[in-house]
Design a binder for this molecule. Structure first.
Ligand code: HPA
Length: 279
């Protein structure tokens, strides 16, 4: 047990009640969990109200540069959204159950869908820096699951089906809108490694052989929990660098953040289209 020895469902209920009270019953349709270098500030959000993450009961707050610990509530294209800024990662030392509490809170607030983005290293040859990749499927190499621990039936199924974790019907709805904006997304399999160190070239060769196209340190836990609570999921990687051994030079977090800044406009357009077509 964790935060003040409350069960996860109790923590989620307290957090959602606090937010509902603070925001006069605001009910998001879509939740957004954004990766390195991206934040609500780069999205066209109307009537934005910000709530610092450390004012949301039980929510763990991040320690990584580039992850802002603020939740932003507002509208995109008239649809209510919440941007859960300030993702926390397994490598920060928390349990995955704690690190994914935000997803459960998004669901408890009433959302039906989540958009999850990340920065990732490109393994497949055509996934060069700056490419946006729709996540078609994932490989969990964290050696851990956010569903480990005490189970309560109100959390969803104990044994969660992930055979279609990423909503392909949503993709089919949004694709024509992207075509009309001349935006194309690559498609691939995302592998989540624990980190925080980047991979070795030998590890990247291994990941390629098992079917991974891109690699990062996040997203998979949130998607697992999203599926448990019945949220529709759209996942997207911004390829920020060639994976270790695949490009010239070494890898740095600064490079990852810079790629996020460079792609902000395109990502914003994609996210607007996703919100408009979200189930
Ligand atoms: N590896 C793991 N995580 C990452 C990378 C990478 O190359 N780039 C951005 N996040």
């Amino acid at each position: 047990m964790n935060s003040q020895n409350l069960s996860i469902p109790d923590q989620v209920r307290e957090a959602a009640e606090a937010l509902h009270t603070r925001l006069a019953g605001f009910t998001p349709a879509v939740g957004l969990i954004l990766g390195s270098g991206l934040s609500a500030g780069s999205l066209p959000i109307e009537d934005a109200v910000e709530v610092p993450a450390d004012e949301i009961p039980h929510l763990p707050v991040p320690t990584v540069v580039g992850h802002r610990g603020v939740w932003t509530f507002g509208k995109m294209g008239g649809r209510p959204v919440v941007v859960a800024g300030g993702r926390v990662h397994r490598y920060e030392g928390l349990s995955l159950a704690d690190a994914t509490l935000g997803v459960r809170i998004i669901r408890a607030l009433g959302a039906g869908a989540v958009i999850v983005t990340n920065a990732a290293g490109g393994i497949r040859e055509d996934l060069s820096p700056g490419t946006l990749m729709r996540i078609r499927d994932h490989i969990n190499l964290l050696g851990d699951s956010p569903l480990v621990g005490p189970h309560h039936d109100s959390m969803g199924a104990r044994f969660v089906d992930l055979s279609e974790a990423y909503d392909s019907a949503w993709w089919l709805r949004v694709a024509p809108r992207l075509v009309s904006k001349s935006i194309s997304l690559a498609e691939g399999v995302y592998a989540a490694c624990l980190g925080p160190e980047y991979e070795t070239p030998a590890e990247i060769d291994f990941l390629e052989q098992i079917g991974a196209d891109a690699v990062g340190m996040s997203t998979v836990p949130e998607v697992i929990v999203a599926r448990q609570v019945g949220l529709h999921v759209f996942g997207m990687s911004l390829i920020s660098n060639a994976a270790a051994g695949r490009g010239a030079g070494t890898l740095s977090h600064e490079e990852v953040l810079e790629a996020g800044r460079a792609a902000v406009e395109t990502l914003g357009s994609v996210i607007s289209a996703l919100v408009a077509t979200a189930p």
